[in-house]
Design a protein around this ligand. Structure first.
Ligand code: AMP
Length: 429
């Protein structure tokens, strides 16, 4: 036997046993998003590398260290998307989706980051996210938070904590960056190599450092709040007031800067203490300058992305147990004539009951072994077709679970109606 080819590090398969959780989460989240007026946008997984450099920022970990980048046959530098906001904006501009109008968009799909894989941190992972364009004002920031709180309720996920902060723009931000630079310069010897580099490029990013020995210094750093303009303070207060009105608890965290450069106003993260080090389940914020920066018209924007693997891990910790999908009918045929006639017969029953799960044994096997498989499958009925049945144009319908049920012989012509009577109404959808 030849050796199996191993999967790529950090790129998990999601096996069928896990899928019921994924489907449940996907269904409920999409239901909430669509109910709030968000429409799905699907963008390609590959984009020109320049898109991410210009949006997420050259100096971020994501762009400087974590992108899967390669040269196309035509000589372009391409990257697998590490996130989807940049693609949404690119699509919005190039497809005219944002032209002079408000637009609420959601997306769902795999993202790629060359990180050190560990529990909850992968090189391919799924994000579902929402973006609102052309909407300025705290109402839409609050809408995002209320919508997420509803998603947690729909998924029965307690214990998520909202961390929120406000990053200023323009002058205040520049003054803050200078203040931070001076502050960290004063502690140069304590800084690690990355932070020293960021002193020049973007000192804000030092606040986001996970280096253990820097945490004390970071906690003592001057807070952004002192540099916000009156308007920015009022804007942030209005968002918080709406959270208060809606009974959404939050924790204002002045160190929260998030790992992407494009944020300009509110930034937030929903965190859990149940998943170890990978505590962020969802993050986002306002990015009012990105559309213009990527070549579009000045368009206010706000959005978030949620990591599905972490969400599913949380769902798995809860009480929700989802029974695996079971076939309701198991189809057994013995002999070539039965196999041939049976294929069409089963198709007819499927026509009558299109959403009922019916599994054909397939292949060969003795009558006895096939019945054993039928029993093990958990199905309610076995449909049995052998030479004798074919000759009489009948099928044996054997109840597998219902106590006292007797096996019946049913004429081929009556089989559809018989199965409808046993399993349910005609599904007209
Ligand atoms: P970000 O795009 O960095 O704002 O991340 C948004 C969310 O995506 C995070 O809160 C995580 O839940 C999830 N996420 C980010 N990176 C990873 C990763 N490498 N593996 C799994 N989930 C991730």
């Amino acid at each position: 036997m030849s050796k199996a080819i191993t999967p790529i590090k950090g790129m998990p398969d999601i096996v069928p046993e896990q899928m019921p959780y994924w489907h449940l989460a996907e269904r409920r989240i999409k239901r909430v998003l669509e109910a709030y007026g968000y429409d799905e946008l699907r963008t390609p997984m590959l984009e020109k590398t320049a898109l991410f450099k210009r949006s997420i920022g050259d100096e971020t970990d994501i762009v400087s260290k974590e992108m899967f980048t390669f040269e196309s046959r035509g000589g372009d530098s391409l990257s697998l998307r590490p996130e989807a906001t940049a693609s949404c904006v690119r699509a919005g501009i190039t497809r005219g989706l944002l032209h002079n109008q408000r637009r609420r968009i959601y997306y769902y799909g795999p993202m790629f980051r060359y990180e050190q894989p560990q529990e909850g941190r992968y090189r391919q992972f799924y994000q579902i996210g929402a973006e609102a364009y052309g909407l300025a004002g705290p109402d839409v920031d609050a809408e995002m938070l209320l919508m997420l709180a509803r998603i947690w309720r729909e998924l029965e996920l307690p214990g998520l904590v909202l961390k929120i902060n406000c990053l200023g723009v323009s002058l205040g931000r520049e003054r803050y960056v200078e203040t931070l630079r001076d502050y960290f310069r004063g502690h140069l010897a304590a800084l690690d190599e990355d932070s020293v580099r960021r002193l020049d490029t973007n000192p804000l990013r030092i606040l986001d450092s996970k280096v253990e020995s820097l945490q004390g210094l970071i906690n003592q750093a001057p807070p952004m709040q002192d540099f916000l303009s009156d308007d920015e303070q009022a804007y942030f207060a209005a968002i918080l007031a709406r959270c208060d009105d809606a009974n959404i608890a939050y924790d204002v965290d002045p160190r929260l800067v998030r790992g992407l450069d494009y944020y300009t106003g509110m930034v937030f993260e929903w965190q859990t203490d149940q998943l170890g080090a990978q505590n962020a389940v969802c993050g986002g914020g306002r990015y009012d300058q990105l559309v213009k920066q990527l070549g579009g018209r000045d368009t206010p924007a706000v959005g978030w992305a949620m990591g599905m693997e972490r969400l599913i891990a949380l769902l798995g910790l809860g009480d929700a147990t989802i029974p695996p999908a079971e076939a309701r009918v198991y189809f057994v045929t013995v002999g070539e004539a039965a196999a041939r006639a049976g294929t069409l017969l089963l198709e007819k029953v499927r026509d009558a009951l299109p959403s009922v799960r019916m599994v054909a044994h397939g292949g060969t096997g003795s009558f006895k072994s096939q019945l054993r498989a039928a029993d093990k499958s958990g199905a309610e009925y076995a449909l049995i077709l052998g030479d004798a049945e074919v000759e009489q144009r009948q099928v044996a319908v054997k109840p597998l679970r219902r106590a006292g049920g007797e096996q019946e012989l049913v004429a081929w012509n009556d089989l559809e109606q018989h199965m409808i009577a046993l399993l349910g109404e005609i599904n007209t959808q």
